[in-house]
Each structure stands twice: as C-alpha cells, then as structure tokens.
Design a protein around this ligand. Structure first.
Ligand SMILES: Cc1ncc(COP(=O)(O)O)c(C=O)c1O
Length: 448
C-alpha cells in the first residue's frame, strides 16, 4: 500500500494506513471513488452475506423510516421486533424461542453472559458466575468480551483492565493441543472443559461460550464431529449453560441456518450477528430458551441490562427483509453448495509450500500459512505474511480477511474467506486466482 495516509478528521483504525474511499457496492463488488472494482471476498468482516446494493432491503429501509425510525425498548414494542423474533426462532433449533436484540456482536456477547448470570441468580443459584471460554477464540472488543477471547495480541494492551476468566484449549486439529494424530483423538479438547469445571468448582460456573467454528483468530477452524456433542454432555452434567457465539457463522454462513446445527446440538443461547443485518444495519440477537427467560421473568422480573438501540424498529425491519431475501434466494443451501466449490478450488493453493492447511465449511474458509510445511512452524509475526498477502490481494482487487495469532496467541498467519452467499462459480474462480497470485508473489519475496 502507498505510504500516504488519509488527511481528514477521522480517527482511523490504523492511522498509518491509507484507506481508499468506498463509493458504492453491487453484488459481491465494492467500487472506490477512483472507479476501482474489488471482489468482497470476506463480506467485509464476514458481514454482507446477501451482497451489496440489494433493492429489497433499500425499500424496507425507506418504508420503515416513513413509519417510525426509533422508539425505546423500555416504552414500546413494534410489529417489526415481533415479526423478526418469529422469523429468527423459526430458523433456530427447537426450544430457542426468545430473542433479545443488540446492535453489535460485542454488545450481544456481554448480554449473553449477563443473561446467564442473572438466570443463575434468579433461579436461586447465585454462586454460579464464572464463564469458561477457549484460547484462540474471538468474542469482541469490549472489556468483558475481550476477557473471554483467547487472542493474546488483542488482549495485550488492555491486560491490566481485563478480568481473569478461565480458558480451555481450542479444538484445533491442525495444531492439536495434545499433539494427537487424528486416529488417536478422543476429542480430549472437549474433555478439557470438564477438567476446568472441576478445577474451578461446578458450583461457581455459570456458562461456557464458544464459536462453533473459530473465525477472526484462526481462520475457519471447524471442530471435529463429536466435539460439540461432548461439550453439550459436559455442560448438562454440571448444570452449565452452553452459549454458542455465531456472530460470524450464523444465518447460513456455514451452510445451515446456524452452524451448531451441523452437529445436532441444542445450545442454551445462540448469539446471531453479522449476517442478520448483512451490513445494512447494525443488529445482533441473543436467542435463548423459555427456561432462561422464564427464570428471569419469575425471579427479578426484569433483565437488569439494556442498550439504547436494542430492538429499534429500523434495524428490525431491515433484518426482517434480509431474512426474507435469504429465504427467497435459498441462500443457506447455496452457501453449503458453493462452499464445497470454494474449498475445492482453494485446494489448488496447496502447490504453494507456505500453505499449511486449507479448511472450511459452507462459505467460511481459511488458509493457514506456515514457514515449514513439515514441522508446521509458523512465520515470525514480524514478517507480516498475512497482512502482506491481504494487501497484495487488495491491490489486485480482492478483499480478504487476514488474521494471526492462531498458533500460540501471537504467531500463526491465516487468510479468512467468506464471500457473499450469492457468489457464482465464475466469481469464485476469479477470487481464488487473485489469492493464488498474491500468495505466490509474497512466497517468492520470502525466498520460497
Ligand atoms: C465470533 C464473534 N463474536 C463477537 C464479535 C464482535 O462483534 P462486533 O465487532 O460487532 O462487536 C465478532 C466480530 O468479529 C466475532 O467474530
């Protein structure tokens, strides 16, 4: 990227970086003010599932704005909030029948862990407050969500401000935390939850939270079959709520309505996020059971929590239109089918010796990059392999989502791919071709 920066009043995420001006979007493409076209190969940060510039959503926005844009959740309900909750519950596994709305994913994660805590108090078990999570995970950037996350690099600056919470190992077959070969694996990583609950004391543990497939911190880490089934059993054994964070993976991203449905596991809470608003509005939802809702209703009576924009009618109307679009265009099944095509194409990248692992499910895929394919040794983070490949694809007109820290919290490079669920085979070929060229060029610069 050029060594110029943006000379305006915006506090950018990276003030040393130059950001082109996005002007419009259509389908899987974003166009900048210079007229350059980019394939949105990661839907931003796994957000724009239905693609850019969808007319039906624009119409729903205008229609709702003409009626009412805002009313506060402590004063009114709306037909849009009610209708959207009906649609979300119809997509969710059985038993998940109450929806609490939020704006962002971090806010939704905070909501879920506080809801779990209040549930425990209101049903008469106030000793339960701890939330166990996993290393190599991401749950957001607010301090509570950051505490649950397992990405050392992101936590480092704020460490003194982050509360201590217990973390278990991830389900990461390419870098098995127990060094096991697949044939010897008994999903020991799931058993780690039981050990942690026993160490911490079952009477103190309120909930366990995990992403069904790790996104931002490891690049589409899909768990082994049996993992979440075992996790559910352990949670049940110790009366611990299971919260799945589907901020990235929900609403068809992995070829099912919710990714956890791949394993027929019914959690106590699902956090549904980015694909719900698909970038047309900030909206997230915590979906839970009548057991949790009823305990709070019968206990304190009110959930001692809330955010101003929760349940706002504009966001609810827009998300409702997004879900209709997903249904009408069969995008969940499309994600499953195109995901197979994408993964198959990505396998061509195995020709590069710095490609260590290619994984994914539905249109949620990751390419892990390694210094040495035999030993799986990661690159020195100073080499910035992930960012360099991301910058190179960007120059060539492909947006992907590079990340790092998967190997040990600091080391490890990956590229996350999650194009809009509307992508065609031809567009997928183009995406992979640009990624292929970019990996090849950066590998060559590194002397491979
Ligand atoms: C699994 C998961 N949870 C939570 C979040 C936080 O969402 P937000 O950035 O909207 O606060 C993210 C964001 O990437 C995420 O991937």
């Amino acid at each position: 990227m050029a060594d110029k920066t943006n000379a305006d009043h915006v506090f950018y995420r990276n003030p040393r970086k130059f950001y082109p001006t996005a002007e419009r979007g259509k389908g899987i493409y974003i166009y900048d003010s210079e007229g350059k076209e980019y394939i949105d190969g990661s839907s931003g940060a796994v957000v724009v599932s239905i693609g850019h510039g969808v007319k039906e959503i624009q119409d729903a926005m205008i229609k709702q704005a003409e009626l009412i844009s805002f009313c506060h959740g402590s004063q009114f309900t709306t037909d849009k909030a009610i209708g959207l909750a009906d649609k979300i519950c119809a997509l969710a596994p059985p038993g998940l029948e109450r929806v609490y709305y939020n704006s962002g994913g971090s806010e939704a994660v905070e909501t879920a862990i506080k809801m779990a805590r209040q549930y425990q108090v209101d049903r008469g078990v106030p000793s339960k407050f701890k939330v166990i999570s996993r290393w190599t995970s991401y749950h957001g950037n607010t301090l509570g969500a950051l505490a649950l996350g397992g990405h050392t690099g992101r936590r480092k600056y704020y460490q003194p401000m982050i509360m201590h919470t217990p973390h278990i190992v991830p389900c990461y077959c390419y870098r098995c935390p127990f060094d096991l070969k697949p044939e010897a694996c008994q999903v020991e990583c799931a058993e780690d939850l039981e050990k942690m609950i026993l160490y911490e004391g079952p009477d103190s543990v309120s909930a366990f939270i995990a992403e069904p497939a790790v996104g931002a911190t490891a690049g589409a880490l899909v768990p082994k079959d049996g993992y979440f089934q075992k996790i559910r059993e352990i949670c049940d054994r110790y009366d611990v709520l299971l919260i799945v964070d589907e901020v990235m993976t929900g609403i068809g991203r992995m070829g099912k309505n919710f990714a956890i449905m791949h394993w027929n596991v019914i959690p106590d809470m699902i956090i549904a996020g980015k694909g719900l608003g698909s970038g047309y509005t900030p909206i997230n939802a915590v979906i839970t059971t009548e057991r949790v809702h009823g305990a709070i209703k019968e206990g304190n009576g009110a959930f001692v929590h809330g955010h101003t924009y929760s349940q706002n009618p504009c966001s609810c109307a827009i998300a409702s239109a997004v879900l209709d679009y997903v249904r009408d265009n069969d995008l969940v099944n499309r994600s499953a089918q195109m995901g197979i095509y994408l993964l198959d194409k990505l396998k061509e990248l195995n020709k590069h010796s710095i490609v260590g692992d290619i994984r994914g499910l539905g249109l949620f895929a990751g390419v892990e990059l390694v210094k040495d394919r035999e030993t799986r040794e990661p690159f020195d983070p100073k080499a910035k392999i992930n960012t360099r490949i991301g910058n190179r694809t960007f120059e060539k007109g492909l947006i992907c989502y590079p990340g790092g820290g998967g190997a040990d919290g600091i080391r490890g490079d990956h590229i996350l791919l999650a194009p809009p669920l509307t992508i065609t085979e031809e567009e997928t070929d183009k995406l992979v071709r640009i990624l292929d060229e970019s990996i090849g060029e950066v590998a060559k610069e590194e002397g491979y």
